[in-house]
Design a protein around this ligand. Sequence first.
Ligand code: GFB
Length: 321
Amino acid sequence: MVNKRIFVAGHRGMVGSAIVRQLSQCDNVEIITRTRNELDLLNQQAVNDFFANERIDEVYLAAAKVGGIHANNTYPADFIYENLIMECNIIHAAHSNDVQHLLFLGSSCIYPKLAEQPMTEAALLTGTLEETNEPYAIAKIAGIKLCESYNRQYGRDYRSVMPTNLYGENDNFHPDNSHVIPALMRRFHEAKLNNDKEVVVWGTGTPMREFLFVDDMAAASIHVMELDNETYQANTQPMLSHINVGTGVDCTIREMAETMAKVVGFKGDVAFDSTKPDGTPRKLMDVSRLADLGWRYSVNLEDGLTHTYQWFLANQNNFRK
Ligand code: GFB
């Protein structure tokens, strides 16, 4: 059987590398990747030339400009521009070169700041977005609409999954620009080594977040991509095609910080700096559409944090400073 040639855009990122890890276990799959130096996804001509020269059968669009609340708040132009350009280039070039199957990865921040919880896929575009990451959310909503529009106009099978907050191997542990879990893992670890008396956590600790281990996200992505078209179409609508991916369980930032202290082995106090932004108060996703499609998460938060901390200890000398 001829190998299915799969392009994983963003293969060095946390989600892209997890998808590559899992796809490499599959038979009859040839994984195609390009580093940023080999292929600039912001360059439309380069992306089109790549698709024209490579016979690609499927695309996992996991390339994105990502970051936590501080990064989104500090670099809004970068977040909206780079994410819009990358998804437009890849989705249009895939279509222009007759790639029939593509999976677009978005984010749970596409939903309104005060959407009813848990948030179903139908909550999309029903209210104003959280200010701290609105540019990124607009870019991700555009990605969903790009897929739906190419499906409607050209008969493509481009699907979208909306992950909740993710964590795991290969995350970005930058002290300021990272998401909350890697930021706190590094901070608690350094506090333990320094015998600090306390760790300061941003915000009030009251916001609630849902956290999904990235290897679960990769498995869910492959599961959705492998669904036969009839099953996928029966569980989505042409203009409400995206699928939430999460655990359906959330906790406060304070509870997560306390679990982190236990996993890392930090014995000091946890303090909160309410001068830092809280972001959206809650963004728990309704994951029943994906459950109806036969997938549920398997790694709980404490086990996922424990695995990630072991990886962190083994790789901490390679982190971006
Ligand atoms: O992962 P995070 O930065 O982004 O989580 P969001 C922010 C929450 O964690 C806020 C608290 O309530 C912060 O106050 N927090 C506490 C911290 N300590 C820290 C810390 O040291 N670093 C960080 N980063 N947060 C993101 C979006 O929103 O959700 C992204 O900005 C993406 O674009 C991602 O959509 C899924 O969960 O608020």
